[in-house]
Design a protein. Sequence first.
Length: 248
Amino acid sequence: MVRAHPTAIVDSRAELAADVTVGPYAIVEAGVALAEGCVLHAHAVVRGPTALGPRCVVHPFAVVGGEPQAKKHPGGPARLVCGEGNVFREHVTVHGGTEGRSTSIGAANLFMVASHVGHDVVVGSHCVLANGVQLAGHAVLEDWVTLGGMAGVAQFVRVGESAFVAAMTGCERDVPPFVIVQGNRARVRGVNVVGLRRRGVPDESIRALSRAARKLWLSRATRAEALRALSSEGDPLVRRLVAALGAS
């Protein structure tokens, strides 16, 4: 059975799996669907229409779902869809999509204290947003991205897979996959070796990415020349990096 504290407010139109836990003074609005194993701690708020996958955890004073901060939004449903195993810590805010779109979050992400996910954002899986990270509307985080405290990502900017965005970095242009960026505004500082090893990427691929990064950002070759030189590279991650730079 659903374990809901007597002080919690759960709308009768919400859908809760049998083993969901709703803590004291938490609020679950109409249009919310909570899958098995979800836990809402005291004072957590989930606004509809929102779907949380299995084993998501919402900590006190986080607000997950609800209307976006966008003047163009005409009102009405602002949908949020989340996969399994996401953790939303204290004071996190996540807004639904605009104009019939959805904000989309994958699986196994950690949103630390006071981080913000704007409208129509797409977050992949296995991402970490440290305290105070801000994602503006329509931003995209690919899988395995880590953002340090107070980092910001501007509207429509894409952060590539396994990228590391250092604390207080401002990203106004697309961030390539597999690299570390730092500064205001963000500049590539090297390959995210630690993150790649934690992900289980072979050392051979990491060395290939390091060689590619030197050609792209440390040599005297132009970007176009470096991309042409890397076009025949056999390592699949280098090919992904080249493709991402070509498409950005």
